[in-house]
Design a protein around this ligand. Structure first.
Ligand SMILES: NC(=O)c1ccc[n+]([C@@H]2O[C@H](COP(=O)([O-])OP(=O)(O)OC[C@H]3O[C@@H](n4cnc5c(N)ncnc54)[C@H](O)[C@@H]3O)[C@@H](O)[C@H]2O)c1
Ligand SMILES: [Zn+2]
Length: 366
């Protein structure tokens, strides 16, 4: 369809699919999705925060093409990302008689795409899915790649499945209602993509921050689109994270996840924790002579510019933080796979970083 909005074409064992990114493109949701829908019934499941602003327009767009939409608007924040919410949604799908040939639309942030993705993966052993992500974090990251998840009380994202959507449509205009802190947290992941894979994109983040922070169009949408392309490319190369490509997206996440756990998920947003994690990783990289302090400064400056934290909160015990990092689900045989930057656009995976170097890097980041 419209070439100018196409940001990626994901290749997956469950089928290939397109990602569209554009300003105001939700008005055309019927055109984007009509080939996927065929004779299916549509079940739209929305985060309550965006239903009245976006969900009702989506319903109108289909109804004006004589397609009826069943819709459910519910609270979908991190505290609701659990099996009890999934169970409520199964109950609703059952009541409405959703069949194997029907299609689910998810509308909301990363919690929504993860949880509704899980519902779509498991309802009648898997039904079709279209994601409409509405936060920056879910656009540049969570909605792409088919990882779905819900939390258990014992830990985050412990339940899940790989279930690729049939289409993703991102309307950057929907970000107009997102608060600044959530926006910045999303920028952390987009900046991460540039640090790992695209020096040219990094330069744009550096030289055009005020335009991006003010959502200046068309630049704002172009940059999001480029970040989406990077993630789409990596996911296509390494669908199940069995190679060395997708794991690189974990840059900043070893310490980031540990910080989220250490602060009980209630003081740092995910992207904020990753921001601090990227600084620590760059210090480790420098201590091991993969890079130097200039790179650390460059990273710190860009994160400052996007109002992201770069220092570990003072009340956190660094030995405890290290212990938490060692118990991360990505640790293999007791070894942490550190993603380290050699320079902007080039990274390396190192799994034998001595504890003292990690602790020193944590200390100088606090
Ligand atoms: N599957 C993956 O590959 C992957 C990758 C990264 C993150 N994630 C998951 O994504 C989740 C985080 O995503 P998130 O940051 O989007 O969180 P979120 O879905 O909780 O959204 C953040 C907040 O913004 C609100 N919101 C959503 N869209 C809005 C809009 N347009 N305007 C105003 N408010 C809006 C939500 O109600 C919520 O309060 C985590 O659960 C994380 O585990 C998954
Ligand atoms: Zn992340």
């Amino acid at each position: 369809m419209n070439k100018s909005t196409l940001a990626g074409q994901i290749k997956s064992q469950q089928g290939d699919y397109s990602i569209h990114v554009g300003e105001g493109i939700l008005d055309k949701i019927y055109n984007f999705s009509k080939n996927e829908i065929n004779n299916s019934r549509i079940f739209l499941i929305s985060d309550i925060k965006v239903f009245s602003g976006l969900g009702t327009n989506i319903i109108k767009a289909f109804e004006s093409n004589s397609i009826k939409v069943e819709s459910l608007s519910i609270e979908l924040d991190e505290s609701k990302k659990n099996l009890s919410t999934v169970d409520k949604i199964y109950g609703w799908l059952h009541e409405k008689g959703a069949e194997r040939s029907d299609i689910i639309f998810s509308l909301g942030g990363g919690v929504t795409t993860d949880l509704i993705g899980y519902v779509a993966a498991t309802w009648l052993r898997g039904i079709k899915l279209i994601h409409i992500p509405t936060t920056l974090a879910s656009m540049v990251d969570a909605s792409i790649g088919g990882k779905t998840a819900v939390n258990l009380t014992q830990g985050k994202n412990l339940i899940g499945a790989f279930h690729q959507p049939n289409l993703i449509v991102m309307d950057t205009k929907s970000l107009s209602t997102l608060n600044q802190k959530e926006m910045n947290s999303g920028w952390a992941e987009a900046i991460k993509h540039s640090l790992l894979f695209d020096n040219n994109l990094f330069e744009k983040f550096k030289n055009h921050s005020s335009e991006l922070l003010n959502k200046g169009e068309p630049f704002f949408t172009d940059i999001i689109k480029r970040s989406v392309e990077i993630k789409a490319d990596i996911v296509s190369k390494d669908e199940f994270e069995t190679g060395t490509d997708r794991i690189k997206l974990n840059f900043g996440h070893t310490i980031g996840h540990a910080l989220e756990t250490a602060t009980s998920y209630n003081s740092l947003l995910h992207g904020e924790a990753v921001s601090i994690g990227m600084v620590v990783a760059s210090k480790i990289s420098s201590a091991l002579s993969y890079s130097d302090d200039n790179l650390t400064n460059e990273i710190q400056n860009i994160l400052d510019e996007y109002n992201l934290p770069t220092r570990i909160p003072k009340n956190i015990d660094l030995d405890d933080l290290y212990t938490i990092a060692k118990s991360d689900k990505k640790v293999r045989a007791g070894k942490i796979n550190w993603v380290l930057l050699k320079k902007i656009g080039e990274s390396v995976i190192v799994n034998d970083v001595p504890k003292e170097i990690v602790i020193d890097s944590l200390r100088s980041s606090q």
